[in-house]
Unconditional design. Sequence first.
Length: 195
Amino acid sequence: MTFEPTQLTGVWLIHLEPRQDERGLFVRTACTREFAAHGLNTHWPQANLTRTLHTGTVRGLHWQAEPQPEIKLVRCSHGAIWDVVVDLRPDSPTCGQWQAFELSADAFQQLYVPAGFAHGFQALTPGAEVSYLMSEFYVPELARGCRWNDPYLRIAWPLPAHSLSPRDQSLPTLRELGIPIKSRSPGANPAGFGV
């Protein structure tokens, strides 16, 4: 595995290294020793899988609040997704900024998302499957989210969005949640980062 820092502090794009032969391939997706060497979480008590049937479907933006915020290790295990993380850490210089990554089963990459980030994705292929390792158990009363089309964030989803869950359609904006965000100039891409 190789660990690539991103433009949002604490978020890592992890490149997996498949070994192939005539039978197929083998690849490590987690290693306590390598994660610890980078100062990353090594305890994953819960694993989740989503399958998204339709291209263009958006899931998110979600996070789990204190006192049990989640760290996520996200990998697309079938198809492809456009994965988005938003920095919500009040003391971070990139608070309110987002970055996106195309993750696919063929690219052998995964995304390490620290606590304090909202996370969501859009399916780029039908039947896209996403595997998550989670640092905390799911606590329904701590589940939080913000609107996928928050006018402050102006996330440039690559496809027209559809098939959002009723919950995701009714999520508030960051301002409605009272999350402190730094002011941006009108029309600017708040992230300043590309895919």
